[in-house]
Design a protein around this ligand. Structure first.
Ligand SMILES: NC(=O)c1ccc[n+]([C@@H]2O[C@H](COP(=O)([O-])OP(=O)(O)OC[C@H]3O[C@@H](n4cnc5c(N)ncnc54)[C@H](O)[C@@H]3O)[C@@H](O)[C@H]2O)c1
Length: 476
C-alpha cells in the first residue's frame, strides 16, 4: 500500500520505517528541514536502538523517502498517518496546534482520485478524530466546490503504544493494535495495512527475533472515542502502577521490609503482573505526565474530578524529591557538595530528556547550592543543547564522574552501569556515598566495594543494621 506519515519524531519515524519494512511504500513528511535532511542522508534524527538498521532495510523492501512537503505525496497515498507532537499547554490540556496544521495540510493536498484513510496516531483528547475530519475538510477550502464534494476519505484513530528504547520491537511485535472507526471502508484498509503484523507473516529483522509466544496480534476495533480513551487510560494506569510501587517502597523503607521482595510477591499474582513494579526515582518522558494531565483536563471539562490521576502525579513528583532527601540524610549539607548523576535520559536506550527525573534533580541540587556533574552514555549532548541553563559538568566516563564527588546518584538504569567497577569509583570519591535510584546494584556488592549505599525501598538491610547496632550497644 502507499502510505504517508506526517511527523518524523519518535513515533512517525519508527512507524514509517516499520511499515516500509513490512513492504508498504512509505513517504515521511516533516516541517523540520534539518530532520528531513538527516533522514535523507540515511541518518536517524533520534537515538533509538535498531532504528538505523530498520531504516536501511525499509529502503530495500517497501521503500521509504523523506520530504518537507505533503503536496504531491498525499494524492498518491491510500493511508495518511498524522504522528505530530501534542505537547501540554500550561493548563494541562493537549496543544493541538500541530495536529490542526497537519490535518489542514492533508485537506489541502487531497484529490478525488480514490478513497483514503487519515489515521490519527498522535495521542489526542477524546473527540479529536471528529476535529480532524472537520479540519481536513477546512483544508480543502481552496479547491473548487465541485472537486471538494468528490473527495472521499475516512478518519481512523490508531493510538501508538511503542516505548522509546524498544520502539522497533514494540512496533513489529505489539501486544495489540487498536483501530477506532465505524466505517467499513476504513477498517478494510486498516486491516490490509496491518495484515503482516496481525498474522506475523514477515521475516524478523536480523537481531530482533520474534518472541516465541507470539503467533498472532489482536487487532481490536473500537469506536473513535474508545480508541482515544484507550491510549490515555493505558498510560494513566501505568503511571499509577509505578506510583504504587514507589509508594509501597517508601513504606518498606520505614518498616524495614525489602521492596524488591514485596514486588516479587505481589507481581506473581496473575491479576497484578510483575511488570512496571520496579520502585525508583519516578517516571518521566514525553508521554506519561502529558497524557495524565490531558485526561484530567478532559474529565474536568465533563465535570468530573479524577482523584486517582491527581494522586498519581503527586506521588511521582514527591518520588523525585526522595533523592534529595536521601542525599541530605547522608551528607547533611548539600551546599558546595559535588553530586554525580549517573544517567540523564528519562530511561535507558534513548536520548530523550523530556520530563526526565535527572533534569529535575539537577535543577533542585543546583538551586540548593550543590555542584552537579553528570555522565550519560548518549544523552549528554542533548542535555547540553536543551538545558543551557543547567550548570552541569558533563563527564566522559563514570570514572571521571566519581573523581572528587561527594555522592553518586543512579538516575537512569543504563545497562553499561551494571558492569561498572564500583570499588574503583568509590576510591575516587571524597565520600563514597551511592544513592541507587534504580536499585541497579546489590546492596552487598556496593557495600563490599566500599560504598555507603542507599537504594529505593531497601528497608530490610537498614532494619538489620539497626538491630545489630542495637544488640552490640546493649552488650557493651
Ligand atoms: N514518544 C513516544 O514514546 C510516544 C509513544 C506513543 C505515543 N506518542 C504520541 O505520538 C505523538 C508524536 O510523539 P513524538 O514523540 O513522535 O513527537 P516528536 O515531538 O518527537 O515529533 C513530532 C514531529 O512532528 C513534526 N511536525 C509538527 N507539526 C508538523 C506538521 N504540520 N507537518 C509535518 N510535521 C510536523 C515535528 O517537526 C516533529 O518532528 C504525540 O502525540 C505523542 O504523545 C509518543
Amino acid at each position: 500500500m502507499r502510505v504517508t506519515v506526517i511527523g518524523t519524531g519518535y513515533v512517525g519515524t519508527v512507524t514509517g520505517a516499520c511499515l516500509a519494512y513490512l513492504g508498504h511504500r512509505v513517504t515521511c513528511v516533516d516541517t523540520d528541514e534539518s530532520k528531513i535532511a538527516k533522514l535523507q542522508r540515511g541518518e536517524s534524527p533520534i537515538y533509538e536502538p535498531m532504528l538505523q538498521e530498520i531504516l536501511e532495510l525499509a529502503a530495500q523492501r517497501g521503500g521509504i523517502d523523506f520530504r518537507t512537503s505533503l503536496d504531491s505525496v498525499a494524492a498518491e497515498s491510500d493511508v495518511i498517518f498524522i504522528a505530530v507532537g501534542t505537547p501540554p499547554l500550561p493548563s494541562g490540556e493537549a496543544n493541538l496546534a500541530y495536529l490542526e496544521a497537519a490535518a489542514r495540510s492533508v485537506g489541502a493536498a487531497l484529490d478525488s482520485s480514490r478513497f483514503r484513510v487519515v489515521v490519527n496516531k498522535s495521542t489526542v483528547p477524546v473527540g479529536s478524530a471528529n476535529l480532524v475530519e472537520t479540519l481536513v475538510r477546512e483544508g480543502m477550502a481552496e479547491a473548487p466546490a465541485e472537486e471538494r464534494r468528490k473527495v472521499r476519505f475516512g478518519v481512523a484513530s490508531n493510538p501508538e503504544f511503542l516505548r522509546e528504547g524498544s520502539a522497533i520491537a514494540d512496533s513489529l511485535y505489539p501486544d495489540r493494535i487498536v483501530v477506532g472507526s465505524g466505517d467499513d471502508r476504513v477498517l478494510d484498509i486498516m486491516r490490509e495495512l496491518y495484515a503482516p503484523l496481525v498474522a506475523q507473516t514477515f521475516e524478523p529483522p536480523p537481531g530482533l527475533p520474534r518472541p516465541a509466544s507470539l503467533a498472532r496480534v489482536t487487532l481490536l476495533v473500537t469506536s473513535l472515542t474508545g480508541a482515544e480513551m484507550i491510549k490515555y487510560a493505558a498510560n494513566a494506569f501505568l503511571t499509577m502502577k509505578i506510583g504504587y510501587a514507589n509508594e509501597i517502597a517508601n513504606i518498606c523503607e520505614r518498616v524495614g521490609a525489602e521492596a524488591t521482595e514485596v514486588m516479587a510477591g505481589i507481581g506473581l499474582d496473575s491479576r497484578i503482573g510483575a511488570r512496571f513494579l520496579n520502585p525508583g526515582v519516578g517516571w518521566g518522558g514525553s508521554c506519561f505526565g502529558k497524557d495524565v494531565n490531558a485526561l484530567m483536563h478532559t474529565a474536568r471539562e465533563y465535570g468530573y474530578q479524577a482523584r486517582l490521576l491527581e494522586a498519581s502525579l503527586e506521588v511521582n513528583a514527591a518520588q523525585r524529591n526522595t533523592v534529595i532527601q536521601k542525599l541530605q540524610e547522608k551528607l547533611f549539607i548539600l551546599k558546595g557538595r559535588t553530586i554525580g548523576l549517573l544517567g540523564l535520559a528519562f530511561k535507558p536506550d534513548t536520548d530523550d530528556l523530556r520530563d526526565a527525573p535527572a533534569v529535575y534533580i539537577a535543577e533542585r541540587l543546583l538551586q540548593m547550592g550543590a555542584r552537579v556533574k553528570a555522565y550519560d552514555p548518549v544523552a549528554a549532548q542533548a542535555c547540553r543543547a536543551q538545558h543551557p541553563e543547567l550548570r552541569i559538568r558533563y563527564c566522559a566516563s563514570a570514572a571521571e564522574l566519581a573523581d572528587d564527588a561527594d555522592a553518586l546518584v543512579v538516575v537512569t538504569e543504563w545497562n553499561e552501569f551494571r558492569a561498572l567497577d564500583l570499588a574503583d569509583l568509590a576510591k575516587r570519591m571524597v565520600s563514597p556515598i551511592l544513592v541507587d535510584g534504580r536499585n541497579l546494584y546489590s546492596q552487598d556488592a556496593a557495600t563490599a566495594a566500599g560504598f555507603d549505599y542507599i537504594g529505593v525501598g531497601r528497608g530490610a538491610r537498614r532494619a538489620q543494621q539497626g538491630t545489630i547496632a542495637g544488640v552490640s550497644q546493649n552488650r557493651r
